[in-house]
Design a binder for this molecule. Structure first.
Ligand code: EPZ
Length: 451
């Protein structure tokens, strides 16, 4: 643990420019989709993060040859020799990510059976997979839970189905998409998630030959096809990473330009950012033309000086305020005058990290009640899922232990905003989802060092 620590000398505004690449929560799924093709796929702008390495390892175990392309961040997947992997081999990846659950449909199509190890991912609630398993059974898969993991088979193939999700789960929607595209017949999914990363996954599958219609009111209809080919795709940028750096700029009274950030996918975040008193300017991308090198698009975020304003926000499925934006932004809210209110409606236990902020001088109370009007599954179930943040508070340095990816980034922001020297333990967890974050911190003038 001691070598996994970052020493942060806080109190310096972050100033400068960084770039975000393909969204972690699309890239990893697009990589799984490559399993479904009968020819190679090519994915650009893939960030060097741990989740990508896990999926790359799992694809390799199943016979997909993954190679680096000519461009930095380009990966090529050759699924010509898809094969079964042994339970022991697969289990090396147990507990490292939640992506393996999405291998179910593609492996059932390609091999007729699948083994899925114990899942990992962030500890932000129980994170069950009941919707996934229910959907797979609807398609005709048999699912057997054994101590070492899940064994699935589809002795009679997979068949289209009509299915409604109890909640618009991102992962379960992806599970249905990755299974339905090659299932026989038509699938109708109701109450589907429609996050931009899901729409981008649909673009990937459509490029492969799938027929998918996105109707109004969260209904997705998929016409199964007998075969899919490879794709070439440049993913949407990581809007969670972009918002994290924006929140860091605000909390440290700095000025950060995030190249690659896209306005359309961040509208809800931008509205809250402006309501808190942060300022931003969008630069649209301009393609190169003769005599004009073009321009990379992005968003510049800054603290305009003076006091920030308190806000009330509720996390929600798209197009609501993303749950993954919540933790980084709350650090900035500790600097806003008055009472800010956060109602977390996606995960039941995603406010635990506020204790660490309080140990640094923040004043955050968490409540079991729903402090907001968005219908929520947790109100009557005794989960502390609402927070009231009283500010502004002067943050001071502390020793912090990172609990999960997004909370980890919020600890880091708090340490950067605080006066004095903090030690942040467990920082390697941040590499799961933030490419080169230490190099980016250096580019932004942060005073951080490995002891
Ligand atoms: C994805 O997780 C993301 N992860 C999460 O990002 C993100 O927070 C989440 O979507 C919501 O946007 C990846 O894409 C790898 P869900 P996922 O299924 O798909 C409940 C990050 O930091 N649920 O939409 O696992 C669940 O418990 C991560 O990048 C069930 O009850 O999220 C949760 O309360 C963290 N049963 C809610 O639905 C199920 O079978 C939403 O989860 C599935 C989900």
């Amino acid at each position: 643990m001691t070598d996994d620590v970052l020493v942060v000398h806080g109190g310096t505004p972050l100033e400068g420019r960084i770039r975000v690449r393909g969204a972690k929560n699309l890239v990893s799924k697009a990589m799984v989709a490559a399993l479904l093709g009968d020819s190679p796929s090519r994915l650009y702008d893939v960030p060097k993060i741990r989740d990508v390495e896990v999926v790359r390892g799992l694809l390799g175990l199943h016979g997909v040859k993954v190679t680096d392309g000519d461009e930095d961040g380009e990966l090529v997947f050759d699924p010509a020799n898809v094969e079964s992997a042994s339970t022991d081999q697969i289990n090396v990846h147990a507990g490292s990510s939640r992506i393996p659950i999405l291998f179910c449909g593609p492996l059932l199509h390609r091999l007729g059976h699948a083994f899925i190890p114990d899942l990992g991912g962030c500890h932000i609630g129980p994170r069950p997979i009941d919707f996934h398993l229910q959907a797979l059974r609807e398609f005709g898969a048999t699912v057997e839970k054994r101590p070492e993991g899940l064994h699935l088979s589809a002795p009679n193939g997979l068949h289209g189905t009509k299915f409604a999700l109890p909640y618009p789960s991102v992962g379960a929607t992806e599970q249905v998409l990755l299974t339905a595209v090659m299932a026989e017949g038509v699938t109708e999914l109701r109450n589907a998630a429609v996050e931009p990363e899901i729409i981008d996954l649909i673009c990937v599958l459509q490029k492969m030959g799938a027929i998918i219609k996105v109707h109004t009111d969260r209904v997705i209809e998929i016409q199964g096809v007998p075969k899919l080919h490879g794709y070439t795709h440049r993913p949407i940028p990581d809007r969670i990473e972009a918002a994290s750096w924006a929140a860091a700029a605000l909390a440290t009274r700095g000025h950060v330009e995030v190249l690659g950030a896209q306005q359309a996918d961040m509208m809800t975040f931008l509205n809250i950012f402006r309501s808190v008193g942060g300022e931003y300017e969008v630069t649209d991308a301009r393609p190169p033309k003769l005599g004009d090198p073009g321009q990379e698009g992005g968003i510049r975020f800054w603290h305009p000086g003076g006091e920030l304003k308190s806000v009330a926000l509720e996390t929600d499925v798209h197009p609501g305020f993303m749950t993954d934006w919540q933790q980084p932004l709350v650090v900035a809210l500790t600097q806003a005058r008055g009472l800010s209110i956060v109602h977390e409606t996606v995960y039941e236990q995603r406010l635990g990290y506020t204790e660490a902020l309080n140990s640094m001088g923040a004043n955050i109370q968490v409540y079991r009640d729903c402090l907001g009007g968005t219908p929520c599954r947790f109100g009557r179930r005794n989960f502390k899922h609402s927070a009231v943040i009283a500010g502004p508070s002067k943050l001071h340095a502390a020793d912090l232990v990172i609990p999960d990816l997004r909370a980890g980034f919020s600890h880091l922001i708090a340490a950067l905003a605080a006066e004095g020297t903090s030690r942040v333990y467990g920082v390697d967890l941040i590499n799961r989802g933030y490419e080169d974050f230490e190099a980016k911190l250096a580019d932004l003038g942060a005073h951080v060092e490995r002891p």
